[in-house]
Design a protein around this ligand. Structure first.
Ligand SMILES: Nc1nc2c(ncn2[C@@H]2O[C@H](COP(=O)(O)OP(=O)(O)OP(=O)(O)O)[C@@H](O)[C@H]2O)c(=O)[nH]1
Ligand SMILES: [Mg+2]
Length: 388
């Protein structure tokens, strides 16, 4: 029976993933005797060096709160954030668990430079129909939420036909303080995107709510109106996540679509990230840790993608989403955190390349505090079927 219990008190606001931070712990003395003042050691690991904290005397059946500095090792990345810290106290080592959410603080400091003319980074979710674009959006919302439940704002379930049929903007800034708009789109098939829609989307010409059956030619008066033109810069795409299912790699027609579209995005200097999805259908264990890509089956798929698109491996991620889970898991969150961190860095670099550097580039946005404001804020009713 456990007689001393140690838990993490999640910080009010998340911390930066790769910087030292104070970790607050609750230590409960469930024994019948008082415990004298003692020290507590944060054991060293890949992520952090050893550090120490002081614990006051704890009377029997009492709980104290202590703070201990976590000293982060140099050159760690977001992929190294640990699920468990080992804490040594009175000769016993206690594993203490933390959520990935706790490490997402630095994401809120990224902001487009002043020249970019857009307060938020616009990140396009693009790719093959049914490749899990909307599911990824839901996984990111889940990761950024301080709660444990799974968030499903975007409808998913595409396998036959299109589940997402409209371009839909999700403002992450409004919900979680990260300066990103994700733009979810309908999927690529041999018949979709036949009227230069990708070009229009990249330039910000199309509003949120644009339907896959809407016609640029028919809506030209609206698209050329002052209100649309004046807001175009704020919708311009800064980075793209390109989604393909592993099965696409074995289908010749789909490979051609992937090459043409990925190549198009490259000519626009967007440096798209490739997210290879549903790899758990080939190698089920990847769900346990999507960042562990060293199995033969996954290596084969990644190499296939490398040779088809001729891109470096560090632009390819295995995307695993919440599908049947009821609660978030550390490993799925961490892997999607790595994708989010990468795409924010790319968006920032793309912005600097295109617009140059001017003015403050980083801000500290207020991070959500526990509990988070309601995630499902109803959209305001616009007169138009579009949202600018
Ligand atoms: N095996 C597996 N299936 C997944 C994963 N993520 C999503 N899916 C499933 O993939 C299917 C398609 O998901 P969506 O998110 O709707 O895909 P989409 O790309 O948005 O689809 P469209 O909007 O129709 O283009 C759904 O049945 C999901 O449950 C995953 O990590 N593994
Ligand atoms: Mg979708």
């Amino acid at each position: 029976m456990s007689v001393i219990e140690i838990y993490v008190v999640p910080p009010k606001t998340p911390v930066a993933a790769c910087e030292d931070f104070p970790l607050t712990l609750e230590i409960s003395n469930c024994t019948t005797s008082d415990l004298p003042a003692d020290r507590l050691i944060m054991c060293k690991g890949k992520y952090n060096r050893q550090s120490m904290g002081q614990v006051p005397a704890i009377p029997s059946n009492q709980t104290v709160t202590v703070s201990v500095d976590v000293k982060v090792n140099p050159a760690v990345s977001v992929e190294d954030v640990p699920k468990i810290f080992q804490v040594s106290y009175r000769g016993t080592v206690y594993p203490v668990e933390v959520p990935v959410f706790m490490f997402t603080g630095h994401l809120r400091t990224f902001k487009p430079t002043e020249n970019t003319s857009s307060p938020n980074f616009n990140v396009l979710l693009y790719g093959i129909a049914g490749a899990a674009k909307s599911s990824f959006l839901n996984s990111i919302l889940t990761l950024l939420s301080p709660k444990w439940n799974i968030i499903t704002q975007a409808a998913s379930g595409g396998s036959v036909g299109h589940v997402t049929r409209k371009i839909t903007r999700y403002s992450i800034k409004d919900q979680f303080g990260v300066n990103i708009n994700f733009w979810d789109t309908w999927g690529l098939t041999p018949n979709s995107y036949q009227a230069d829609e990708l070009y229009y989307i990249l330039s910000g010409a199309l509003p949120s709510g644009w339907d896959m059956n809407d016609s640029v030619a028919k809506e030209l008066t609206y698209l050329n109106s002052q209100e649309v033109q004046n807001t175009k810069q704020a919708r311009k795409i800064h980075a793209v996540i390109f989604f393909i299912s592993h099965a696409s790699l074995s289908d010749r027609e789909t490979v051609e679509i992937i090459k043409a579209n990925y190549g198009y995005l490259q000519t626009h200097e967007l440096n798209p990230i490739l997210v290879l999805t549903k790899t758990d259908e080939v190698f089920a264990d990847i769900r346990n840790d999507p960042l562990k890509t060293d199995s033969a089956a996954i290596r084969d798929l990644v190499q296939k993608a490398v040779s088809i698109l001729n891109i470096p491996e560090n632009f390819i991620y295995c995307g695993i989403n919440y599908t049947k889970e009821k609660k978030k898991t550390f490993e799925i969150d961490r892997a999607n955190f790595a994708i989010l961190d990468k795409v924010l860095n790319i968006a920032y670099q793309n912005g600097i390349r295109e617009y140059g550097f001017s003015g403050p580039s980083v801000v500290a946005n207020p991070a959500p505090v526990y509990p988070t404001p309601a995630a499902n804020v109803p959209r305001k009713q616009a007169e138009s079927k579009y949202e600018l």
